[in-house]
Every structure is written in C-alpha cells, then in structure tokens.
Design a protein around this ligand. Structure first.
Ligand code: PEP
Ligand code: MG
Length: 565
C-alpha cells in the first residue's frame, strides 16, 4: 500500500513500522481474577523500569554529568522501596485490581503523603514518586518510555506528535516519523530536521479516513484497526516524494535500497566540504552555525562541522522535564554545550515556551490565540523567578566557554531594557556570591514585524540580531504556522518577508550590530546568495544542512552589478 504525505525532511528510511501509543492519562481500573499472576506482571514491570532507569543514568552521565544523572539512580532505589511494593501488592490482592491501577493509586497516595511533609527535601520527593509510578504504568501498558516498545530502530507512525513528546523519544531508535497531522513549520517538524531523519506529515492514515465527513469511505481504504495493525510490518519512507509504503513488494524494496545507497553516497561527497571555509567566490566569509534543541545535538553539530551554535532552543530542557528544571540542571546543560564546543560561540535562546510548546507544570491557561498569546519573553518578564533561574545558570556556564544570550519574541525597546536590568541583578548576585562568569554578548530574535519596524532603535540596545523567519513569516503573512490547511500559503519567500530581512540587516549594521538568520529559511540554499548580498553575517541551520549551505556559500558571489533583489 502507498500513502502520500508532505515531506518535512528528505532521505530514505526502510524498516519496521511502529505505532506510537500515547500514554493513557487515565489509568483504568480492571477487575482481575488471578492476583498472584498480576503481582508477577508488576514485578516484571518493576525490573524493566529499573533497566530503563539504568540506561537513562548512563545517557545522562555522558550528556549532563554525574550530579544530574543521580536522579535516575534515586528513582531506581525508590522502585525497590518495600513500603511502595507492599502497598501495590496488597491492593492487587485485597481489591483484585489490575497492576496498572494499583501502581498508579499507590503512587498517588505516597506522593500526597510526601507533599504534605514539613521537610523541603521530603516534599520534593513527591514528584519523584509520581514519576516512578508513571514509568511503571507506562511499562505495564506496553508504552515504554518515549512511546516505543522493543529495541529495534523503527519508522514511527503517529496521529500527531507534540514537541514535548518528540523530545522524549529515544532518537537512536527512530528511523523516521510519519504523522497524520502537523504542519511543515511546526516544532515537531523542526525537531525531525534536527534529528536528520526523513519525516512526513499529513499522511492520510486510515484512522480517520474511514469516517471523515464528506469523503467517500472508499473500499481501498482499510479500517482503523488495519492502521494499528501495521505495527511490526515493513515500511519505506521516501522523504523526497512524501510517500509512505506499507508492506512494499520485493521490487519496490530493491529500488529503495538502491536509492538509499545513492543518498548515502551523496552525503559522503558532502563530507569532502568538511574543514573548508564558508567563503564566497569573491572572498566574503559567512559564519555558519547550528541550531540545536538539546545537549546531545551538540555532537551532531560538531560532526557536521558547525562553527558554533547559533540557536540553542533552551525550552526543550523544560519540555523534557516533569517540573521546572532547576538552576543546577540548566547550568550543567549549558556548561556541557559550551565545553563541548570548546570556545566556539554558543547562542542560548532563553525560554520560548507557550503556543505549541507546552509543559503542563507551567499551568498555562488555554488561549484562543496562543501564537499571539502569553509566551516566551512575556512569560519571563512576568514570572521573573523562572527567568532569573535560567539567567543565573547561563551566566554561570559562560565561564566555561563562549556563550551569547538571545531573547525571543521581542516587540519593544522597553522589553530589552527590562531584560538588561534583570541581567544586572543576576550579575550582582553572582558577584556577591563570588561565582565567576564572563560578560555575554546580548542579542534578540527578530521574529515580529514590530521588531523589524523598530530595528533601528533595537540595534542601539544589543550586540546582534537573529532573524526568526518561522515566526516572522507567520506574523507578517497572518498565517498560523501550525495550521496544516494554510501550509500552502505559508510562503517564507514572500517579498514582504525578504524585504523585512533586508531592512533588519541594514538597520543592524548602521549600529554595528551583526545580523544572522536562525529560522528555517536560513537553510534554504536557493536563497543563500540573496542573504549574502543583503549583508547577512551569520546563518544558523539544522546540523545536517551545514554542509549543503557551505556548498551554496562557496558558489555564491557577495556582489554583482546585475543583482536585482
Ligand atoms: C523562528 O521563529 O524562526 C525561530 C527560530 O524560533 P522557533 O522556530 O523556535 O519559534
Ligand atoms: Mg520563533
């Protein structure tokens, strides 16, 4: 069977299909007859959960250091807590309920008990108990952490994936994403690009095709159960044409194996550009940096020869957590990136939460217009405790490398001045505590038309601008980047957007402010020469696009009399 979708990242994937199962937030109470068998299930789940935690400990140890990895060891120990184990087993025996329900109920009881304690340390354990019981429930429901059971890398099929779900996936086990929903400019799509794997959205899965209004329920369309039954079958994702093949015949498989080899050959050729300069034919040098969303992406950035990190989307640290990440956790993450980049520039963007990037613990209210709502710098200037924690962590990490800081969704000079005041407070605190830090270059994202229009004034306040074309396009064209129906109208090549970028470059340079682009448009090689001629100083792109953009820079000319734009 062949299904057409829209590609958000090229490449070929061949492998087993796996249906992504969201965790049930409501654990059902089911009557069981054999309590001892149910307790055995619980014991097996406990062992598996401990194994998962062991693996997470090893991963975290490498990525964020021992202090932060320790939490997984603590969780392993909590899974051996006799009081908790007995509470679950008793409930299964006396109430004849399923293990999932008993584990969740015992987790709730214990975490309520901890939450009511006087001692700060004990109170904080409430979230840990909830965390371990959630993990047990997920294992029992067959939805291993990250939604993928088994060990083999798979092509993941999902109705939709929220950014918070995407960041929690075990990247080493995902060959490709295929979703029914989603839009090309969503953060989930951006994450797929960062992961450097072929990804499709808008594939007309049979789940809804069977019953969608106004559409023929064609015979050729399988029923909903058939889609779920694709689990474990062979699939092919063609990230160039947007096709998904389910159980392809031998001929198609052979054709795609050959295409995949060709693809790998092309990638190998690009590798020859490693170590070469990002210089135009007529000698202008452009900075070429990488966009990352996690500490582990740094390896990918370095492997692709990034000259620095042009956008560290720090909000993904928040989306990965069950609660606000504290100063130590953040410090370890920024420090690790700074150290791994060994003195190369790392631009940390402060928290850009809200709109499609939601973390439950923020308790953000539903909004009619979330993209234009309570998000990003608006939250940070309102909830200063959160903002200051992040700034303290970034400044502390600045001592270990070359960190710059930039702020998202700016619309006014007054916001920038407030930010600078808060930064002065943070530095004064660090001075008083004798904690070393370096002065960081400060910049802002230019992603609202307001920021473009006052870029002459903003340029007097900061060291650099980075144009966020994803949001700038959405606000300029009044096209919601999340709305799949409007994907065709979301035209980042629109003259209005290009003129804005040019204005920003001109206004920035008048005040000695360097100007980069970190939105997805920066990786569009058909525009590389245009950007260079506008005077753009830096391009920050998803790691796998660094070498293709380098190739485009090297065949560009920075000046030409015939240049029209
Ligand atoms: C942008 O808006 O272009 C940008 C880089 O930020 P994000 O995609 O994270 O909103
Ligand atoms: Mg943005």
């Amino acid at each position: 069977m062949m299904l057409q979708g829209k590609s958000v990242f090229g490449g070929i994937a061949i492998g087993k299909l796996a249906v992504y199962r969201k965790r049930d937030s409501q654990v059902k109470r089911v009557k069981i007859s054999d309590a001892e068998a149910e307790i055995c299930r619980f014991e097996a789940a406990r062992e598996l959960a401990k194994e998962q935690l062991g693996a997470l400990y090893e991963k975290a140890l490498k990525e964020v250091g021992e202090v932060n990895a320790m939490i997984f060891e603590v969780h392993q120990m909590m899974l051996d807590d006799l009081d908790y184990i007995e509470a679950v087993a008793n409930m299964i025996r006396t109430q004849k309920v399923n293990a999932e329900f008993a584990a969740a109920a015992a987790g709730d009881n214990f975490s309520e008990m901890f939450a009511a304690m006087e001692d700060d340390y004990m109170r904080e354990r409430a979230a840990d108990v909830r965390d371990i019981s959630n993990r047990l429930v997920a294992v029992l429901q067959g939805t291993a952490a990250g939604g993928i059971a088994g060990h083999e890398p798979v092509i993941l099929l999902a109705e939709d994936l929220a950014p918070s779900e995407t960041v929690q996936l075990d990247k080493s086990r995902v060959l490709s994403f295929v979703t029914r929903g989603g839009s090309t400019n969503s953060h989930t799509a951006i994450l797929a690009r960062t992961m450097n794997i072929p990804a499709l959205i808008g594939v007309d899965f049979p789940a809804c095709a069977a019953g969608r209004e106004g559409e023929p329920s064609g015979e050729e369309r399988p029923a909903e159960e058939d889609w779920l039954a694709w689990d474990g079958k062979t699939g092919i994702v063609d990230g160039y044409t947007g096709m998904l093949y389910v159980e392809p015949d031998e001929e198609t498989l052979a054709e795609y194996r050959a295409k995949k080899q060709e693809d790998e050959q092309k990638k190998r050729l690009l590798q020859e550009l490693k170590g070469k300069a990002n210089v135009t034919e007529d000698g202008r040098e452009i900075k070429l940096y990488a966009n990352i969303g996690s500490v582990s992406d740094t390896a990918n950035a370095l492997a692709n020869d990034a000259g620095g990190i042009g956008l560290f989307r720090s909000e993904f640290l928040y989306l990965e957590s069950e609660d606000y990440p504290g100063e130590e956790v953040q410090f370890a993450a920024y420090r690790t990136v700074a150290e791994n980049m060994a003195g190369k520039k790392v631009i940390v963007r402060t928290l850009d939460i809200g709109a499609d990037k939601q973390a439950d613990y923020f308790g953000l209210a539903r909004e009619d217009n979330p993209a234009m709502g309570y998000r990003a710098i608006r939250i940070c200037l309102d909830r200063r405790d959160i903002f200051k924690t992040q700034l303290r962590a970034i400044y502390r990490a600045s001592y270990y490398g070359t960190i710059s800081i930039m702020f998202p969704m700016i619309i006014s000079v007054s916001e920038v001045r407030q930010i600078k005041e808060i930064i002065e407070e943070v530095k004064a605190e660090l001075d008083a505590e004798g904690i070393p830090y370096r002065d960081c270059e400060l910049g802002i994202m230019i992603e609202t038309p307001a920021a473009v229009m006052i870029s002459d004034l903003l340029a007097k306040e900061v060291d650099f601008f980075s144009v966020g074309t994803n949001d700038l396009t959405q606000y300029t064209l009044a096209i919601d980047r999340q709305n799949p129906k409007l994907d065709n109208l979301y035209d980042a090549h629109h003259e209005a957007v290009l003129r804005m970028i040019r204005t920003v470059a001109e206004n920035g340079h008048k005040e000695n402010c360097w100007v980069g682009i970190c939105g997805e448009l920066g990786a569009d090689t058909t525009l590389t020469e245009t950007f260079i001629r506008m005077g753009i100083d830096e391009l920050s792109v998803t790691p796998s696009m660094i070498l293709p953009v380098r190739e485009a820079i090297r065949r560009s000319r920075a000046s030409s009399q015939n240049f029209i734009r």
